[in-house]
Each structure stands twice: as C-alpha cells, then as structure tokens.
Design a protein around this ligand. Structure first.
Ligand code: FAD
Length: 287
C-alpha cells in the first residue's frame, strides 16, 4: 500500500523504524524484532539503508518480510552519497521486484574519509532519477526542524527542501527532535515556504544514557534541560531509564497529536519493548 494513501485522511498514524543488521549473524535477531514490531499493527514500518554500503544489503529482504510476510505496509530507505547510478538502478529494480511501493530518497551522510563516488550531489538528484525510472513509486524525503547540520542558514535549508518536494515527494519525515516547539516552528516556516506535503514527526525514544551523545552527534538535535535532568537522575538504572524514555516520547506524541500533528514516526531502533511501551501508553489516544 502506498504511504500517500495511508496519510491522505489526516487521521492519526504511527509508524516504526528498524535498521538492518551490521553483520549477517545478527540477521535473525533483527528479523525477530521486525516481526514483533509489525505485530503491534503500526500504520507502516520503515527500514534504513546504510549510506556507506554495510547495512544496505539486507534492507530489501527485511522490508520485503515486513510487507509480504507480516502484512505491514513498508517504506524502504535508499541513500545515494556512495552509490553509482547503476547501483541505484539495481536497488530500485530489486525493490520493485519485491513489490515495495514506498521509498525514502536520501543523500546519506558524507563519509568521514570523503566522497569517492560523485554520481549524486544531493537527495534531489536521486529523486529526479527515481521519478524517471519508476514514476509509480511513492517517494518520501528527510527534513530537519533544527536545520541540517551542514547548512548554515535555515532559510537555505528550506529552499532546498522545497526543491526536493517539487521534484516529486509525497511526504517528509523529520529528523528527531526533543522539544515540540521546534517542530511547530518548523511546520509554520515550511508551510510559509509553500511545502504542502504531509510532514511526519520523527520521535526518538532515548532509553539509555549512551544514546544521548550518539543522537546529538548524529542529528545535531538539542536536548532540553528537562530531559537532561531525567537522564542525569535515571541514566545509570537501565530499567528506569527505559521507562523514562518511553514516557518522554509518549508525552511528546500526545502533545503533537493534541496540536494537530497527526503523523508520528518512531525511531524504534529494533526495540520491540520500546515500541510496545509507546503503543500501550497511547492505546486510547490512537483509537
Ligand atoms: P539532502 O536533502 O541532499 O540535504 C543535505 C544537505 O545538502 C542539506 O544541508 C541541504 O540543505 C543541502 N542541499 C540540498 N540540496 C541542495 C542543493 N541543491 N544545493 C546546495 N545544497 C543543497 N542516513 C542513512 O545513511 N540511511 C538512512 O536510512 C537514513 N534515514 C534517514 C531518515 C530520516 C527521516 C532522516 C531525517 C535522516 C535519515 N538519514 C539516513 C540521515 C541522512 O542521510 C543525513 O541526514 C544526510 O546528511 C542528509 O540526507 P538528505 O537526504 O536530507 O540530504
């Protein structure tokens, strides 16, 4: 099922993300996590695609399982920063052969050692390419409420985002954010810019202390003082920290829905217990 169809009625949706294993011996573990998360009946699930190769080779098979074995609509990610046009064409053909209808078209982070392939400069180039090769795919893209880390001026970032949408995106998913005011401010600016596609709010439940530094360095997201104090108090107690992370994310989601942000995407990080905890906290809210 196309995600554009799922989002079209503006009813509340909740989706979860999984990432493929870094090594083949972890494949069964990830497959099991995906099966358990699918059993929670999210609106759809997404599967990431490692920019530098590595975790990309299993994206298609995990996405196919989610859709074809567990019956959950799926969004397969695709990055282009380290890919040739041939690699992208092959991956698109593979997704299509598996019946995958939704792709999140991304550039990917520039490798620390620098680029070695230069076929695609930005995600917008990938979007144009996919549009030509597979016009029937439903495409989404990434956006950044606090601005993308490489972009110095938020207004430039929004200009680039508008360009991506005009190239043929049906929806956007945000980078993680921990203060909902950031999202409300971003939505206002995006709509002013003429960006009209649905924007899914990306929520990352932080369930252990180490995740704080990792999330900030990956995304540049600001951690509010309120949440820092919670991590300070509970960070050394894994069970308490998991509970705190689930509750903080659930509160963020309830506030978003109350303020008209109806599409929520949870970075569930292959943790069925975290996804289940959020679903349990929202059981009446989602009805
Ligand atoms: P772009 O849209 O190309 O933007 C990257 C930068 O270039 C921005 O600063 C933008 O302002 C600038 N830019 C864009 N177009 C132009 C232009 N025409 N001229 C000048 N500057 C321009 N990474 C993975 O490796 N795998 C994943 O599966 C993955 N999933 C993600 C899912 C979501 C929802 C999000 C928010 C991020 C995800 N990422 C993933 C991370 C993402 O790949 C990085 O944030 C990456 O650095 C940017 O990707 P992008 O598609 O937003 O790039």
């Amino acid at each position: 099922m196309k995600i554009s169809e799922i989002l079209k009625n503006n009813e509340v949706t909740i989706s979860f993300e999984v990432f493929p294993p870094k090594t083949d011996d972890k494949y069964a573990q990830v497959e099991e996590a995906a099966r358990k998360i699918a059993a929670l009946h999210p609106s759809f699930m997404s599967v990431t695609y490692g920019a530098g190769g590595g975790t990309s080779k299993n994206t298609a098979s995990i996405a196919s399982d989610i859709q074809n074995r567990y019956g959950t609509p799926v969004l397969a990610h695709l990055t282009c920063v380290s890919s040739t046009r041939e690699t992208v064409a092959r991956q698109i053909a593979l997704y299509k052969s598996l019946g995958i209808e939704n792709v999140l078209a991304l550039r990917g982070d520039i490798p620390k050692e620098g680029r070695t392939v230069f076929d695609y400069a930005h995600a917008v180039d990938l979007i144009h390419d996919i549009r030509e090769q597979a016009p029937d795919l439903c495409l989404g893209g990434a956006c950044y409420p606090e601005g993308h880390v490489e972009c110095e001026r938020p207004s430039d970032d929004l200009d680039h985002l508008k360009e991506k949408c005009d190239a043929g995106l049906s929806f956007l998913t945000t980078q993680m954010f921990f203060d909902n005011n950031t999202m409300y401010n971003f939505l206002y600016r995006a709509r002013e810019k003429g960006i009209t596609v649905p924007i899914l709010a990306g929520i990352m439940p932080i369930t252990n202390r180490k995740q704080v530094a990792r999330s900030v360095s990956l995304s540049g997201a600001t951690i509010p003082q309120r949440f820092r104090m919670m991590v300070d108090r509970f960070g050394e107690d894994p069970k308490a920290m998991q509970q705190v992370g689930i509750i903080y994310a659930s509160e963020q989601i309830i506030d978003l829905i109350s303020n008209g942000v109806t599409h929520i995407h949870v970075y569930s990080m292959n943790k069925p217990a975290v996804a289940a905890g959020i679903m349990a906290n929202l059981s009446e809210v989602l009805k």
